[in-house]
Design a protein around this ligand. Structure first.
Ligand code: AMP
Ligand code: GLY
Length: 432
C-alpha cells in the first residue's frame, strides 16, 4: 500500500516508524515531515492544514490510505473532504472532531451522557463570567479556565484566585491572545490527582485501548514552569492496571463512542481521553481526536499488533472482539527542546551525536523540530527530538533513554531530568 502521513512532529515520526514494520506497506509519504522523518519516508512540502494541496497529492499519487497526525486538519474537516472524493483516510469526521475542536461542546456532551468530568460553566461574555466568579470564595479555587477552541495546548490556565481568573478572561476574551478560540471559554473546577492518557482506536461502535501512558506537561523538573506540548512520557503507568482500565473503558470510552454515534457524529479514529485520577475516580480533563505527542512515542514501541492493519479494521468497522498484544516492557521518551521553549526560541542549531545515540540498543530517536541541510541536522522547532528507549523495567528504560540523551547535544538545548521519576519513586524502584 501507498501511505500518506500528515504532520511533522515526533508523533508522526513514531507512526511512520511503526507503520513501516507492516508487510502491507510499499511506500510512505509524509507531508510536510521533518529532518528525521526524511530518513524513513518521502517528505513532500505540503503544509498539514493545506487540505486542497493534500487532496490533490493523494489523488495524483494514488495514495491508498492517508493518516492524519495533528488536530487542526481534522477539526477543519479533512476527513470529510477525502471521503467525498472516495479516498481512504484514518481519522474522525469534522462533526466527530468537535470533541477536541470545542471544549464547550465536549463538556456539554459529557454532561448529556453522564461521563465523569469537572463541574463547569460556559461563557461567551467576560462580563457575565466576572459577575459569577467575583463572589466565589477563594477556598473554591483553583478554578480552571479554558479557551473553547484550539490553542495548541496553551489555552488552559489554572487560577488560584479571582484576580488570576480575571486576567485570563481578559487575555482570552478581550485581548484575544488565542484569536477566535477564546470567543467563548469554559470555567471548571480544579481537580487533583495523577494524570493519565488513555488512547483508543474506534471503529464507530467498538474500540481497542492502547497502553496507558503519562505525559509530563510542564517545562521544568518537578512539574514547575509553564505548560508545554509535553516534555516526556512513559508507559505503562503504575497503578493503572486492568481493573481501572476496564472502568475507564466502560464509564468513559464506551459512553463517549456510543454517545457520539447516537448524536449522529460516528467516531472513527483515535479517541484520546486525558484523565485525572481523582479520589472520586477517573474524570475527563479533555478529549483529543488524534494520537498524543509524546505519548505515541512510548505506546507504539510496546504495541505488537500491526498498526496499519488496526487502522484499516477501524475504517471498515471491524474492531469487534479485537484484543491487542502489548509487550510487558516499559518505554520512556525524553523530549529535547530548544532553549526558551515554550516561549520564543532560536532555530538552526546543529545537532550532534544522533548517530551514536541511534546505535544504542532498544533506543529510537524520534525527530520533531528538525531539518536537514547540507548533510547536517539542524533544529527547526520548539520540541526538537523525542529520545525513546524501552527495557524490562521502567528503571531500565529511563536509564537507556538518558544514556541516549547524553550522546546528543545542540546549543541551548534543554530537557527534563525527571521523566518517569515520580513513577519510579512510587514503585520503590531505585532512581537513576
Ligand atoms: P487540557 O488541555 O484540557 O488537557 O489541559 C492541559 C492541562 O491542564 C492538563 O493536562 C492538566 O494538567 C491541566 N488541567 C486541565 N483541566 C484541569 C482541571 N479541571 N483541574 C486541574 N488541572 C487541569
Ligand atoms: N501530550 C499531550 C497531547 O498530545 O495533547
Amino acid at each position: 500500500m501507498k501511505i500518506l502521513v500528515i504532520g511533522s512532529g515526533g508523533r508522526e515520526h513514531a507512526l511512520i516508524w511503526k507503520i513501516k514494520q507492516s508487510p502491507k506497506v510499499k511506500e510512505i509519504f509524509c507531508a510536510p515531515g521533518n529532518g528525521g522523518i526524511g530518513e524513513d519516508a518521502l517528505c513532500v512540502d505540503i503544509a498539514a492544514d493545506d487540505i486542497a494541496g493534500l487532496l490533490h497529492f493523494a489523488k495524483e499519487k494514488r495514495i491508498d490510505l492517508t493518516i492524519v497526525g495533528p488536530e487542526a486538519p481534522l477539526v477543519a474537516g479533512i476527513v470529510d473532504e477525502f471521503r467525498k472524493e472516495g479516498l481512504k483516510i484514518f481519522g474522525p469526521s469534522q462533526a466527530a472532531a468537535k470533541l477536541e475542536g470545542s471544549k464547550a461542546f465536549a463538556k456539554e456532551f459529557m454532561h448529556r451522557h453522564g461521563i465523569p468530568t469537572a463541574e463547569f460553566q460556559v461563557f461567551t461574555e467576560p462580563r457575565k463570567a466576572r459577575h459569577v466568579f467575583r463572589v466565589v470564595p477563594e477556598s473554591d479555587y483553583p478554578l480552571v479556565i479554558k479557551a473553547d477552541g484550539l490553542a495548541a495546548g496553551k489555552g488552559v490556565v489554572i487560577c488560584k484566585n479571582f484576580s488570576q481568573l480575571d486576567a485570563a478572561l481578559s487575555d482570552m476574551m478581550e485581548k484575544k491572545i488565542f484569536k477566535e478560540a477564546g470567543s467563548s471559554v469554559v470555567v471548571e473546577d480544579g481537580l487533583s490527582g495523577e494524570e493519565v492518557s488513555i488512547i483508543a482506536i474506534s471503529d464507530g461502535r467498538d474500540f481497542v485501548l492502547l497502553a496507558p501512558s503519562q505525559d509530563h506537561k510542564r517545562i521544568f523538573d518537578n512539574d514547575e514552569g509553564p505548560n508545554t506540548g509535553g516534555m516526556g512520557a512513559y508507559s505503562p503507568v503504575p497503578g493503572v492496571g486492568n481493573e481501572l482500565l476496564e472502568r475507564i473503558s466502560e464509564k468513559i470510552i464506551r459512553p463517549t463512542i456510543e454517545g457520539m454515534a447516537r448524536e449522529g457524529a460516528v467516531f472513527v479514529g483515535v479517541l484520546y481521553a486525558g484523565l485525572m485520577l481523582t479520589e472520586d475516580g477517573p474524570k475527563v480533563l479533555e478529549y483529543n481526536v488524534r494520537f498524543g505527542d509524546p505519548e505515541t512515542q512510548v505506546i507504539l514501541p510496546r504495541l505488537k499488533d500491526d498498526l496499519l492493519e488496526l487502522m484499516l479494521a477501524a475504517i471498515d468497522g471491524k474492531l469487534k472482539g479485537r484484543t491487542l498484544q502489548v509487550s510487558d516492557q516499559s518505554a520512556v521518551c525524553v523530549v529535547l527542546a530548544a532553549g526558551g521553549y515554550p516561549g520564543p526560541y532560536e532555530n538552526g542549531k546543529e545537532i550532534s551525536g544522533l548517530a551514536e545515540a541511534g546505535r544504542l540498543p532498544q533506543t529510537k530517536v524520534f525527530h520533531a523540530g528538525t531539518r536537514r541541510s547540507d548533510g547536517k541536522m539542524l533544529t527547526a522547532g520548539g520540541r526538537v527530538l523525542g529520545v525513546t528507549a524501552w527495557g524490562g523495567t521502567l528503571a531500565d528504560a529511563v536509564k537507556r533513554s538518558y544514556a541516549a540523551v547524553g550522546k546528543i547535544s545542540f546549543e541551548k538545548g534543554q530537557y527534563r531530568r525527571d521523566i518517569g521519576a515520580k513513577a519510579l519513586k512510587k514503585t520503590g524502584a531505585a532512581n537513576r
